[in-house]
Design a protein around this ligand. Sequence first.
Ligand SMILES: Cc1cc2nc3c(=O)[nH]c(=O)nc-3n(C[C@H](O)[C@H](O)[C@H](O)COP(=O)(O)OP(=O)(O)OC[C@H]3O[C@@H](n4cnc5c(N)ncnc54)[C@H](O)[C@@H]3O)c2cc1C
Length: 428
Amino acid sequence: MRKSKRIAIVGGGAAGMLAALAVQAAGQQATLFERNKRLGIKILISGGGKCNITHNAAPRPMEQGFIPPEARFLRYAFHTLTSDTLLAMLHAEGLQTFTRPNGRVFPVSGSADDVLSAFERMLQRAQATVETNAHIQSVLVEHGVAVGVQRAGNALRFDAVIVATGGISYRKVGTTGDGIGWGESLGIPVVPLRPALAPIYFAPPPPAGWQGVALRDVQLTFAPTLQELNIPNAKHFNQAWRDDLLLTHRGASGPAALEISRAVALAQESGSPLHILADILPDQSHDDLLDMFLERLQSSPTSEIQTFVGGFVPQAVVESVLEQAGMEPGRKLGAVRREERKKLIATLKQWRVGTVGEVPIDRGEVTAGGIALSAVEPTTMLSRAVNNLYFAGEALDVAGRVGGYNLQAAFSTGWVAGQAAATNPQEQ
Ligand SMILES: Cc1cc2nc3c(=O)[nH]c(=O)nc-3n(C[C@H](O)[C@H](O)[C@H](O)COP(=O)(O)OP(=O)(O)OC[C@H]3O[C@@H](n4cnc5c(N)ncnc54)[C@H](O)[C@@H]3O)c2cc1C
């Protein structure tokens, strides 16, 4: 039987693959164009090669991985393709998964390749047309209607186009924000692109000895805050995050740094110098720390302050903490004056880890900004400005937390776009 609608999907990542599967499931013909030689490069590098496929959450809790305006936009998509449905698709393909206590879902094999292979098999069985090494140059639009795509100088006509070209981080792997640029050139509103889930580089860079040092379970913040800088909608953004902090030769990384990086990047636009601050002992109050100090003082008054501080932080950063507290490492506990003690405790509660130099957008796990959510219909992913043109995945202005939320957003929006493109009446 001849399929009646031919739908082009540009970008063979999580969103594009699910869009193609939805088109095929609806009985129409999907052609998936991917510039790389294989689909799903970001799935392959996700989760450190292990792929945190999704978050084990019902649709409403899934929204908690996103700031409120993004969560509202994603509501319909998360209900339409839930993480359970997605996992059922993968399980049916023979992929085994497990859920960590924190809700993150991974393949049992620990291999992102197995996740991608499962999608590739699904696409093959569904008889979607997959064109790899296929770099699309633009979307063809005539009289406000998308009519196809331009590839290597050839105009390829389709009944609808789904743009799923991703964000602009990790450009080397092929995500260069093409679809966002196409949207912009068609007059579709675009929210400025910003890094999210990115490391934070310091200026000056950290001392050489810090590389690879981890501080477990700290509360990471920055100053001045978005409120202090009068940045609109400040309350939407994570400005403090409790988790592990990893120090690198450039600055801060690890989950705590990644989670506040979007807000740090936003704050940086004010031009104010920004400091990254860590509460090294978030469960201990100032009074608790004072008690700990006094107990130690009683039991070993001649021990050195560096030994006391070294009980809380890795050796490599003891000097920096003491420097901020204004104390020499060899000072005996018994010789620490009251005011100095207070300052030391205040430093442990708010250690200035470094001054922000850059939040590199290319190193972000996800790009914030992109096609404005107000420009897209959330129950179809159809552009409000250009008929038969759909957007899905990271090309949209969505950027979630670490934990499988971003892939699920791409899968769900891709599925919705595919379903809608296959079933919506077409504008000619
Ligand atoms: C290092 C890293 C680790 C991550 N880990 C996780 C994780 O564990 N869990 C999680 O949920 N999220 C993770 N993410 C985020 C997640 O990978 C992305 O949010 C998600 O892949 C976005 O899916 P997408 O389909 O919208 O875009 P992408 O996956 O980026 O796919 C877009 C595709 O479009 C192709 N393309 C671009 N332009 C063109 C063009 N002009 N013509 C043809 N093809 C084109 C690209 O080559 C690419 O394959 C991680 C990201 C990174 C960078």
